[in-house]
Design a protein around this ligand. Structure first.
Ligand SMILES: C[S@@+](CC[C@H](N)C(=O)[O-])C[C@H]1O[C@@H](n2cnc3c(N)ncnc32)[C@H](O)[C@@H]1O
Length: 359
Protein backbone atom coordinates (compact mmCIF):
# COMPACT_ATOMS: atom_id res chain seq x y z
CA UNK A 1 0.00 0.00 0.00
CA UNK A 2 1.54 3.44 -0.93
CA UNK A 3 2.20 6.00 1.90
CA UNK A 4 -0.04 8.70 0.39
CA UNK A 5 -3.19 8.02 -1.55
CA UNK A 6 -3.24 9.86 -4.86
CA UNK A 7 -5.86 9.28 -7.57
CA UNK A 8 -3.23 7.24 -9.39
CA UNK A 9 -2.39 5.00 -6.45
CA UNK A 10 -6.13 4.46 -5.93
CA UNK A 11 -6.37 3.47 -9.59
CA UNK A 12 -3.55 1.01 -9.11
CA UNK A 13 -5.22 -0.51 -6.05
CA UNK A 14 -8.47 -0.74 -8.02
CA UNK A 15 -6.64 -2.53 -10.84
CA UNK A 16 -4.98 -4.99 -8.44
CA UNK A 17 -8.32 -5.63 -6.74
CA UNK A 18 -10.01 -6.16 -10.11
CA UNK A 19 -7.38 -8.76 -11.06
CA UNK A 20 -7.55 -10.44 -7.64
CA UNK A 21 -11.32 -10.68 -8.12
CA UNK A 22 -10.76 -12.43 -11.45
CA UNK A 23 -8.27 -14.81 -9.86
CA UNK A 24 -10.68 -15.63 -7.04
CA UNK A 25 -13.48 -16.20 -9.56
CA UNK A 26 -11.29 -18.59 -11.60
CA UNK A 27 -10.23 -20.59 -8.54
CA UNK A 28 -13.75 -20.69 -7.12
CA UNK A 29 -15.26 -21.83 -10.42
CA UNK A 30 -12.68 -24.61 -10.82
CA UNK A 31 -13.04 -25.81 -7.22
CA UNK A 32 -16.84 -25.81 -7.33
CA UNK A 33 -17.06 -27.47 -10.72
CA UNK A 34 -14.67 -30.26 -9.67
CA UNK A 35 -16.70 -30.85 -6.49
CA UNK A 36 -19.91 -30.83 -8.51
CA UNK A 37 -18.60 -33.38 -11.01
CA UNK A 38 -17.09 -35.62 -8.34
CA UNK A 39 -20.48 -35.73 -6.67
CA UNK A 40 -22.79 -36.08 -9.66
CA UNK A 41 -20.86 -37.41 -12.67
CA UNK A 42 -21.35 -41.09 -13.47
CA UNK A 43 -17.76 -41.66 -14.50
CA UNK A 44 -14.99 -40.64 -12.13
CA UNK A 45 -11.78 -39.22 -13.49
CA UNK A 46 -8.37 -39.27 -11.90
CA UNK A 47 -7.37 -35.76 -10.91
CA UNK A 48 -3.70 -34.71 -11.25
CA UNK A 49 -1.83 -33.89 -8.07
CA UNK A 50 -2.37 -30.25 -7.10
CA UNK A 51 0.75 -28.02 -7.44
CA UNK A 52 2.97 -28.13 -4.35
CA UNK A 53 3.31 -24.99 -2.15
CA UNK A 54 6.66 -24.06 -3.74
CA UNK A 55 5.12 -24.17 -7.22
CA UNK A 56 2.11 -22.15 -6.05
CA UNK A 57 4.46 -19.53 -4.63
CA UNK A 58 6.37 -19.36 -7.92
CA UNK A 59 3.11 -19.03 -9.89
CA UNK A 60 1.92 -16.22 -7.63
CA UNK A 61 5.20 -14.35 -7.98
CA UNK A 62 5.04 -14.70 -11.80
CA UNK A 63 1.47 -13.37 -11.80
CA UNK A 64 2.66 -10.44 -9.70
CA UNK A 65 5.42 -9.66 -12.25
CA UNK A 66 2.90 -9.90 -15.10
CA UNK A 67 0.46 -7.50 -13.46
CA UNK A 68 3.27 -5.10 -12.55
CA UNK A 69 4.37 -4.98 -16.20
CA UNK A 70 0.74 -4.53 -17.26
CA UNK A 71 0.26 -1.55 -14.99
CA UNK A 72 3.63 -0.01 -15.93
CA UNK A 73 2.83 -0.23 -19.65
CA UNK A 74 -0.46 1.58 -19.00
CA UNK A 75 1.49 4.24 -17.07
CA UNK A 76 3.72 4.64 -20.12
CA UNK A 77 0.58 5.16 -22.23
CA UNK A 78 1.07 2.04 -24.30
CA UNK A 79 -2.70 1.68 -23.75
CA UNK A 80 -5.19 3.72 -21.69
CA UNK A 81 -5.37 2.88 -17.99
CA UNK A 82 -9.15 2.85 -17.89
CA UNK A 83 -9.12 0.12 -20.57
CA UNK A 84 -7.53 -2.25 -18.02
CA UNK A 85 -10.99 -2.58 -16.48
CA UNK A 86 -12.64 -3.50 -19.77
CA UNK A 87 -14.34 -6.88 -19.86
CA UNK A 88 -16.94 -8.50 -22.06
CA UNK A 89 -19.48 -8.42 -19.20
CA UNK A 90 -22.58 -9.01 -21.35
CA UNK A 91 -21.21 -12.31 -22.59
CA UNK A 92 -19.92 -13.24 -19.16
CA UNK A 93 -23.33 -12.94 -17.54
CA UNK A 94 -25.17 -14.39 -20.50
CA UNK A 95 -23.00 -17.48 -20.95
CA UNK A 96 -21.94 -18.31 -17.41
CA UNK A 97 -24.98 -20.61 -16.87
CA UNK A 98 -24.10 -22.31 -20.21
CA UNK A 99 -20.65 -23.03 -18.84
CA UNK A 100 -22.22 -25.08 -16.05
CA UNK A 101 -24.65 -26.84 -18.38
CA UNK A 102 -21.74 -27.73 -20.65
CA UNK A 103 -19.62 -29.15 -17.82
CA UNK A 104 -21.03 -32.72 -17.74
CA UNK A 105 -20.56 -33.01 -21.55
CA UNK A 106 -16.95 -31.86 -21.30
CA UNK A 107 -16.36 -34.26 -18.42
CA UNK A 108 -17.80 -37.25 -20.27
CA UNK A 109 -15.81 -36.43 -23.39
CA UNK A 110 -12.61 -36.02 -21.38
CA UNK A 111 -13.13 -39.17 -19.33
CA UNK A 112 -13.92 -41.30 -22.35
CA UNK A 113 -11.16 -39.67 -24.43
CA UNK A 114 -13.53 -38.65 -27.21
CA UNK A 115 -11.62 -35.92 -28.98
CA UNK A 116 -13.44 -35.62 -32.31
CA UNK A 117 -17.07 -35.26 -31.35
CA UNK A 118 -19.28 -32.64 -33.00
CA UNK A 119 -23.00 -31.81 -33.22
CA UNK A 120 -24.77 -33.46 -36.15
CA UNK A 121 -25.23 -30.20 -38.05
CA UNK A 122 -21.49 -29.47 -38.14
CA UNK A 123 -19.68 -30.14 -41.39
CA UNK A 124 -15.93 -30.53 -40.94
CA UNK A 125 -15.21 -31.34 -44.59
CA UNK A 126 -12.26 -29.47 -46.04
CA UNK A 127 -10.61 -28.52 -42.75
CA UNK A 128 -7.12 -29.81 -42.00
CA UNK A 129 -7.29 -33.02 -39.93
CA UNK A 130 -5.24 -31.46 -37.13
CA UNK A 131 -7.98 -28.84 -36.64
CA UNK A 132 -10.90 -31.28 -36.41
CA UNK A 133 -10.53 -31.72 -32.66
CA UNK A 134 -12.30 -30.82 -29.44
CA UNK A 135 -9.39 -28.66 -28.28
CA UNK A 136 -9.67 -28.22 -24.48
CA UNK A 137 -12.48 -30.85 -24.72
CA UNK A 138 -14.56 -27.92 -25.93
CA UNK A 139 -18.05 -28.80 -27.16
CA UNK A 140 -17.97 -28.60 -31.01
CA UNK A 141 -14.27 -27.67 -31.03
CA UNK A 142 -14.00 -24.33 -32.85
CA UNK A 143 -16.97 -25.13 -35.08
CA UNK A 144 -20.08 -23.64 -33.48
CA UNK A 145 -21.59 -20.35 -32.34
CA UNK A 146 -21.93 -21.53 -28.75
CA UNK A 147 -18.24 -22.49 -28.70
CA UNK A 148 -17.34 -18.97 -29.88
CA UNK A 149 -19.77 -17.41 -27.37
CA UNK A 150 -18.25 -19.27 -24.42
CA UNK A 151 -14.58 -19.13 -25.46
CA UNK A 152 -13.61 -15.94 -23.61
CA UNK A 153 -15.26 -17.05 -20.41
CA UNK A 154 -13.56 -20.45 -20.58
CA UNK A 155 -10.14 -18.85 -21.11
CA UNK A 156 -10.82 -16.42 -18.29
CA UNK A 157 -11.51 -19.28 -15.90
CA UNK A 158 -8.58 -21.38 -17.16
CA UNK A 159 -6.02 -18.60 -16.65
CA UNK A 160 -7.67 -17.00 -13.60
CA UNK A 161 -8.07 -13.69 -15.38
CA UNK A 162 -4.51 -13.38 -16.68
CA UNK A 163 -5.22 -14.04 -20.39
CA UNK A 164 -5.73 -10.34 -21.20
CA UNK A 165 -2.56 -9.18 -19.35
CA UNK A 166 -0.64 -11.95 -21.16
CA UNK A 167 -2.01 -10.88 -24.56
CA UNK A 168 -1.26 -7.22 -23.80
CA UNK A 169 2.47 -7.96 -23.55
CA UNK A 170 2.65 -7.96 -27.37
CA UNK A 171 1.71 -4.28 -27.46
CA UNK A 172 4.92 -2.59 -26.29
CA UNK A 173 7.25 -4.19 -28.87
CA UNK A 174 4.58 -3.79 -31.54
CA UNK A 175 3.98 -0.10 -30.87
CA UNK A 176 7.66 0.74 -30.42
CA UNK A 177 8.55 -0.92 -33.69
CA UNK A 178 5.73 0.70 -35.67
CA UNK A 179 6.67 4.12 -34.31
CA UNK A 180 10.25 3.60 -35.45
CA UNK A 181 9.20 2.76 -39.02
CA UNK A 182 9.29 5.59 -41.62
CA UNK A 183 5.99 7.43 -42.07
CA UNK A 184 4.21 7.24 -45.44
CA UNK A 185 4.63 10.76 -46.88
CA UNK A 186 3.12 9.97 -50.31
CA UNK A 187 0.31 12.00 -51.86
CA UNK A 188 -2.32 9.69 -50.30
CA UNK A 189 -0.63 8.31 -47.18
CA UNK A 190 -1.92 4.90 -46.17
CA UNK A 191 -2.63 4.00 -42.54
CA UNK A 192 -0.44 1.25 -41.13
CA UNK A 193 -1.87 -2.23 -41.34
CA UNK A 194 -1.64 -5.04 -38.80
CA UNK A 195 -2.80 -8.61 -39.34
CA UNK A 196 -3.69 -10.78 -36.34
CA UNK A 197 -3.27 -14.43 -37.35
CA UNK A 198 -5.81 -16.78 -35.70
CA UNK A 199 -7.66 -13.80 -34.30
CA UNK A 200 -10.25 -15.97 -32.52
CA UNK A 201 -12.97 -13.78 -31.00
CA UNK A 202 -10.91 -10.63 -31.64
CA UNK A 203 -9.27 -10.03 -28.26
CA UNK A 204 -5.81 -9.07 -29.50
CA UNK A 205 -7.22 -6.87 -32.26
CA UNK A 206 -9.32 -5.03 -29.68
CA UNK A 207 -6.21 -4.33 -27.63
CA UNK A 208 -4.14 -3.30 -30.65
CA UNK A 209 -6.92 -0.84 -31.44
CA UNK A 210 -6.89 0.58 -27.92
CA UNK A 211 -3.12 1.02 -28.12
CA UNK A 212 -3.06 2.33 -31.71
CA UNK A 213 -6.51 3.51 -32.90
CA UNK A 214 -5.00 4.94 -36.09
CA UNK A 215 -3.88 1.54 -37.37
CA UNK A 216 -5.96 -0.51 -39.86
CA UNK A 217 -6.83 -3.89 -38.42
CA UNK A 218 -7.02 -7.19 -40.25
CA UNK A 219 -7.71 -10.61 -38.79
CA UNK A 220 -7.82 -14.15 -40.06
CA UNK A 221 -9.12 -17.33 -38.44
CA UNK A 222 -10.06 -20.77 -39.69
CA UNK A 223 -13.32 -20.85 -37.73
CA UNK A 224 -16.30 -19.14 -39.40
CA UNK A 225 -18.07 -19.00 -36.01
CA UNK A 226 -15.11 -17.27 -34.33
CA UNK A 227 -14.70 -14.80 -37.20
CA UNK A 228 -18.39 -13.93 -36.86
CA UNK A 229 -17.97 -13.45 -33.10
CA UNK A 230 -14.88 -11.27 -33.65
CA UNK A 231 -16.90 -9.15 -36.10
CA UNK A 232 -19.55 -8.62 -33.42
CA UNK A 233 -16.94 -7.82 -30.77
CA UNK A 234 -15.09 -5.38 -33.02
CA UNK A 235 -18.18 -3.66 -34.46
CA UNK A 236 -17.78 -0.57 -32.30
CA UNK A 237 -14.03 -0.05 -32.32
CA UNK A 238 -12.68 3.38 -33.07
CA UNK A 239 -10.27 3.86 -35.93
CA UNK A 240 -9.72 4.67 -39.52
CA UNK A 241 -11.60 1.68 -40.93
CA UNK A 242 -13.67 -1.20 -39.59
CA UNK A 243 -11.57 -4.29 -38.86
CA UNK A 244 -11.41 -6.53 -41.91
CA UNK A 245 -11.75 -10.16 -40.90
CA UNK A 246 -11.49 -13.21 -43.12
CA UNK A 247 -12.06 -16.89 -42.63
CA UNK A 248 -9.02 -18.72 -43.96
CA UNK A 249 -6.25 -21.14 -43.11
CA UNK A 250 -3.21 -19.26 -41.81
CA UNK A 251 -1.04 -21.74 -43.72
CA UNK A 252 -2.19 -20.00 -46.92
CA UNK A 253 -2.97 -16.39 -46.01
CA UNK A 254 -5.31 -14.67 -48.49
CA UNK A 255 -3.16 -11.52 -48.78
CA UNK A 256 -0.60 -10.29 -51.29
CA UNK A 257 3.11 -10.27 -50.43
CA UNK A 258 4.48 -7.51 -48.18
CA UNK A 259 1.10 -5.98 -47.35
CA UNK A 260 1.37 -5.46 -43.57
CA UNK A 261 3.68 -3.38 -41.40
CA UNK A 262 3.12 -5.93 -38.66
CA UNK A 263 1.68 -9.37 -38.04
CA UNK A 264 0.76 -10.82 -34.65
CA UNK A 265 -0.51 -14.09 -33.26
CA UNK A 266 -1.65 -15.03 -29.76
CA UNK A 267 -2.09 -18.59 -28.47
CA UNK A 268 -2.09 -20.30 -31.88
CA UNK A 269 1.19 -22.19 -32.25
CA UNK A 270 0.68 -24.72 -29.43
CA UNK A 271 -2.45 -25.89 -31.30
CA UNK A 272 -0.60 -26.63 -34.55
CA UNK A 273 1.47 -29.64 -35.56
CA UNK A 274 5.12 -28.86 -36.36
CA UNK A 275 4.81 -28.55 -40.16
CA UNK A 276 1.79 -26.25 -39.88
CA UNK A 277 3.74 -24.08 -37.39
CA UNK A 278 6.47 -23.61 -40.00
CA UNK A 279 3.93 -22.96 -42.79
CA UNK A 280 2.21 -20.23 -40.77
CA UNK A 281 5.53 -18.57 -39.91
CA UNK A 282 6.53 -18.67 -43.61
CA UNK A 283 3.22 -17.02 -44.50
CA UNK A 284 3.64 -14.35 -41.82
CA UNK A 285 7.04 -13.59 -43.35
CA UNK A 286 5.60 -13.41 -46.87
CA UNK A 287 2.82 -10.91 -46.03
CA UNK A 288 4.99 -8.68 -43.79
CA UNK A 289 6.75 -5.69 -45.37
CA UNK A 290 10.55 -5.55 -45.26
CA UNK A 291 11.40 -3.76 -42.02
CA UNK A 292 8.10 -4.92 -40.52
CA UNK A 293 7.64 -7.01 -37.41
CA UNK A 294 6.02 -10.30 -36.32
CA UNK A 295 5.08 -10.66 -32.64
CA UNK A 296 3.97 -14.02 -31.23
CA UNK A 297 2.49 -14.76 -27.81
CA UNK A 298 2.00 -18.38 -26.81
CA UNK A 299 2.57 -20.81 -23.97
CA UNK A 300 5.81 -20.89 -22.03
CA UNK A 301 8.20 -23.68 -23.15
CA UNK A 302 10.31 -26.24 -21.28
CA UNK A 303 13.60 -24.40 -21.80
CA UNK A 304 12.21 -21.19 -20.23
CA UNK A 305 11.07 -22.37 -16.80
CA UNK A 306 11.97 -26.01 -16.12
CA UNK A 307 10.16 -25.65 -12.75
CA UNK A 308 6.88 -25.41 -14.69
CA UNK A 309 7.53 -28.71 -16.46
CA UNK A 310 5.08 -30.73 -14.30
CA UNK A 311 2.32 -28.23 -15.15
CA UNK A 312 3.25 -28.33 -18.83
CA UNK A 313 3.23 -32.14 -18.80
CA UNK A 314 -0.26 -32.18 -17.22
CA UNK A 315 -1.74 -29.59 -19.56
CA UNK A 316 -2.19 -31.66 -22.76
CA UNK A 317 -3.78 -34.56 -20.90
CA UNK A 318 -6.08 -32.37 -18.83
CA UNK A 319 -7.18 -30.12 -21.68
CA UNK A 320 -6.75 -32.16 -24.86
CA UNK A 321 -3.99 -30.27 -26.59
CA UNK A 322 -2.57 -32.89 -28.99
CA UNK A 323 0.35 -30.78 -30.30
CA UNK A 324 1.33 -29.14 -27.04
CA UNK A 325 3.93 -31.75 -26.00
CA UNK A 326 5.89 -31.22 -29.22
CA UNK A 327 5.35 -27.46 -29.04
CA UNK A 328 6.97 -27.04 -25.59
CA UNK A 329 10.24 -28.40 -26.95
CA UNK A 330 10.07 -26.75 -30.38
CA UNK A 331 12.62 -24.15 -31.46
CA UNK A 332 10.51 -21.31 -32.84
CA UNK A 333 13.53 -19.03 -33.12
CA UNK A 334 15.01 -21.48 -35.63
CA UNK A 335 11.67 -21.64 -37.45
CA UNK A 336 11.46 -17.84 -37.65
CA UNK A 337 15.03 -17.66 -38.95
CA UNK A 338 14.32 -20.41 -41.48
CA UNK A 339 11.47 -18.28 -42.82
CA UNK A 340 13.86 -15.30 -43.14
CA UNK A 341 13.15 -13.26 -39.99
CA UNK A 342 16.08 -11.57 -38.23
CA UNK A 343 16.87 -10.18 -34.77
CA UNK A 344 14.54 -12.63 -33.04
CA UNK A 345 14.10 -11.76 -29.38
CA UNK A 346 12.19 -13.76 -26.78
CA UNK A 347 10.88 -13.04 -23.30
CA UNK A 348 8.44 -14.57 -20.80
CA UNK A 349 5.61 -13.52 -18.55
CA UNK A 350 3.82 -15.94 -16.20
CA UNK A 351 2.74 -18.93 -18.37
CA UNK A 352 3.42 -17.18 -21.69
CA UNK A 353 6.31 -16.64 -24.07
CA UNK A 354 6.89 -13.97 -26.71
CA UNK A 355 8.89 -13.92 -29.92
CA UNK A 356 9.61 -10.59 -31.60
CA UNK A 357 11.05 -10.97 -35.10
CA UNK A 358 11.93 -8.41 -37.77
CA UNK A 359 11.73 -8.94 -41.54
C1 LIG B 1 -6.49 -20.82 -28.59
S1 LIG B 1 -7.35 -19.96 -29.82
C2 LIG B 1 -6.58 -18.34 -29.77
C3 LIG B 1 -7.49 -17.27 -30.31
C4 LIG B 1 -7.03 -15.83 -30.11
N1 LIG B 1 -5.84 -15.54 -30.84
C5 LIG B 1 -6.85 -15.50 -28.65
O1 LIG B 1 -5.84 -14.91 -28.27
O2 LIG B 1 -7.78 -15.76 -27.87
C6 LIG B 1 -6.69 -20.64 -31.30
C7 LIG B 1 -7.34 -20.05 -32.54
O3 LIG B 1 -6.59 -20.49 -33.66
C8 LIG B 1 -7.47 -20.73 -34.73
N2 LIG B 1 -6.73 -21.61 -35.68
C9 LIG B 1 -6.22 -22.84 -35.43
N3 LIG B 1 -5.60 -23.32 -36.52
C10 LIG B 1 -5.70 -22.36 -37.47
C11 LIG B 1 -5.25 -22.25 -38.81
N4 LIG B 1 -4.56 -23.22 -39.41
N5 LIG B 1 -5.54 -21.12 -39.50
C12 LIG B 1 -6.24 -20.12 -38.93
N6 LIG B 1 -6.69 -20.16 -37.65
C13 LIG B 1 -6.43 -21.27 -36.93
C14 LIG B 1 -8.68 -21.36 -34.06
O4 LIG B 1 -9.82 -21.32 -34.88
C15 LIG B 1 -8.78 -20.50 -32.80
O5 LIG B 1 -9.59 -19.39 -33.01
Amino acid sequence: MPDTLTPDSLNKIAYETFQQGKQAFGFAHKTLSTQFLNTFAETKREEPNPPDPKMLQLLQSRIKDLLKADWEDAEKNVYPKQALFANRWDDFFRYYPELWLDLPKIWERATNKRHQEFSDDIDTTGYPAYYVQNFHHQTDGYFSKISADMYDLQVEVLFNGTAAPMRRRILTPLKQHLMSMPVDTGSSPQPRKILDIACGTGNSLEWINRAMPEVSLYGVDLSPAYVRKANENLADIKGTLPAQLVQANAEALPFVDEFFEATTSTFLFHELPADARQNVINEAFRVTKPGGIFVICDSVQKMDTPEFEPLMENFPAMFHEPYYRHYIGDDLVARLETAGFKNVKTFNYFMSKYWVAVK
